[in-house]
Design a protein around this ligand. Sequence first.
Ligand code: THU
Length: 164
Amino acid sequence: MAKKLKHSVELTVYANVDELSVNDKELIERAKKVSKTAYAPYSQFYVGAAIRLSSNEIIEGSNQENMAYPSGMCAERVAIYYANSFHSDAKIDTIAVTAFAKGFDVNHPVSPCGACRQSMAEYELKQKQPIRLIMTGESGDIYIAESIETVLPFMFNEIELKKE
Ligand code: THU
């Protein structure tokens, strides 16, 4: 007899940034700041990601586009690949993601694309500790997920591929 499997996503929704901790507010500010460095002449959608390491150091990244469209890279992956390149032993505590656009208001939380979720989930598995994810727009609600796994249920997970 076939049965149904159900996955659900649990997020905490905040209506106001002032409800967040000082650390989380700071991380959002850093993500907003770095979104201004995005190179996004094609989409004109400017994304910023800020990562807080357990050491409290903050790593930032913005999206980098290319005229060969698929060669571009999302802000989250720019930031997390940098973090693991230069701080491979450090644990990632939280990632904040935000964006602004030319021509419209981003009035909802920016939700990382599937490829970024998969990339972030890799480091969550590697560090054996959840990575919190803060999603914001220019205005509107703020969503917080307590782990990347939360926002990527049923992820690709073939740990056996790792040959060590
Ligand atoms: N983008 C990100 O930086 N992060 C995401 O999670 C989704 C999309 C970028 C890619 C592209 O430069 C622009 O936003 C429009 O898709």
